[in-house]
Design a protein around this ligand. Structure first.
Ligand code: ADP
Ligand code: 3PG
Ligand code: MG
Length: 394
């Protein structure tokens, strides 16, 4: 994938529309609780400022479904950007309306305007060409740096590219480099770790990774579907009964492809999905009725760590247990620690996985943590992402 970046075109003094993914979590008072996506957007913005460009930023926040709703305003983002950049980021009251036009028509070089939430207009998600054209008319160049939204074919992520020269920012460049290299050119042994809640969410990614990895490690709730498929009882554990055949097919495919498929051998089970519920560790083949598997067990952690020691490339998507509760976060935390210490390229995709790693302060120890949730999953699945496909080739 050889897409032009912001360095490959002339942006000096030009009006540049930059699509970012500022879809960040906030608390009930509108305080941003995780600003990593904003921080990740800064290199592109700073580069454009250095080039004396006039920077017009846009993004969605949440899912306001085409309606203007105050709680989805980008005002907190404008404040955070102002703080991070040390220069005022003006927020327009609308996207392509009077306010946006006024603020962007007479911009000075090195000035920044943020448009309001693009999803306040229903035409955004419909990828409406008229809307895209009007948005494009505010600028002379389009830069997509919203990796986390690049799996959506929306007006601001793909449609605008029909009307402006379109290139990627540094964030997308970095995501493509790390994740693309891992998939296309991995240093081996290449190990993937997949966890999370449902097999059905991860079928595509399991299928595509089975074509590439040497070892596939399974954890999280989706492991129980594999045990049920082999005829074991899984108590009250999350289990997708309509995916049993599929689980067996995936096990068969692993065999054919010579991929070492590792399932947990023991599991920490709890009585109820509660913080301090009674718990114990049992073999995965002996889960008692009335108990629910919430984490991988100690024996499994040991085996997985041993496997990771020799890996040269590790891709991880999906927590290995119900990590939101401390007593079931041990598997996820221990594997995160193993990744932090191994001499390998470590790549994390997935919103919950990266939150789990951030929670225990190991983010800095990973080679790359994707800013994408759904987008990184689709990328790992080998799907084409509309927000990237629309960019100019080198
Ligand atoms: P990501 O966002 O990283 O792609 P997923 O959304 O697929 O990850 O899965 C994360 C969710 O899976 C978390 O909320 C976690 O608590 C849950 N989960 C993982 N293992 C279990 C389990 N054994 N039982 C219940 N929930 C689990
Ligand atoms: C995300 O948080 O995954 C992206 O910002 C995309 O948001 P969406 O799922 O509402 O399109
Ligand atoms: Mg998730």
């Amino acid at each position: 994938m050889n897409k032009k970046t912001v360095e490959d075109i002339d942006v000096r003094g030009k009006k540049v529309l930059v699509r970012c993914d500022f879809n960040v979590p906030q608390d009930e008072n509108g305080n941003i609780t995780d600003n990593r996506r904003i921080i990740a957007s800064l290199p592109t913005i700073k580069y454009l400022l250095e080039k004396n460009a006039k920077v017009i930023l846009c993004s969605h926040l949440g899912r306001p479904k085409g309606e203007i709703k105050k709680e989805f305003s980008l005002a907190p983002v404008a404040r955070e950007l102002t703080k991070q950049l040390g220069i005022e980021v003006k927020l327009a009251d609308d996207i392509i309306g009077e306010s946006a036009k006024k603020l962007t028509s007479n911009m000075n070089e090195g000035e920044i305007v943020l448009l309001e939430n693009v999803r306040f207009d229903a035409r955004e998600e419909k990828n409406d060409p008229e809307f895209a054209k009007e948005l494009a008319s505010l600028a002379e160049v389009y830069v997509n740096d919203a990796f986390g939204t690049s799996h959506r074919a929306h007006a601001s992520t793909a449609g605008v590219a029909d009307y402006l020269p379109a290139v990627s920012g540094f964030l997308i460049k970095k995501e493509l480099e790390f994740m693309g290299n891992a998939l296309e050119n991995p240093q081996r042994p290449f190990v993937a770790i997949l966890g999370g809640k449902k097999v059905s969410d991860k079928i595509g990614v399991i299928n595509s990774l089975l074509e590439k990895v040497d070892t596939l490690i399974i954890g999280g709730a989706m492991a129980y579907t594999f045990f049920k498929a082999q005829g074991y009882e899984v108590g009250d554990s999350i289990c997708e009964l309509d995916k049993l055949d599929l689980a067996l097919e995936l096990m068969e495919k692993a065999k054919q492809k010579n991929v070492k498929l590792m399932l947990p051998v023991d599991t920490k089970v709890g009585k109820e999905m509660k913080q301090d519920t009674e718990s114990k560790t049992v073999k995965c083949t002996e889960i008692p009725a009335g108990w629910e598997g919430f984490d991988i067990g100690e024996e499994t952690i040991k085996l997985y760590k041993e496997e990771l020691k020799n890996a040269k490339t590790i891709v991880w998507n999906g927590p290995l247990g119900l990590f939101e509760f401390d007593q079931f976060a041990i598997g996820t935390n221990e594997i995160a620690k193993a990744l932090a210490n191994v001499d390998a390229i470590t790549i994390i995709g997935g919103g919950d996985s990266s939150a789990a790693i951030e929670k225990i302060g190991l983010s800095d120890k990973m080679t790359h943590i994707s800013t994408g949730g759904g987008a990184s999953l689709e990328f790992l699945e080998g799907k084409k992402l509309p927000g990237i496909e629309c960019l100019q080739e080198k």
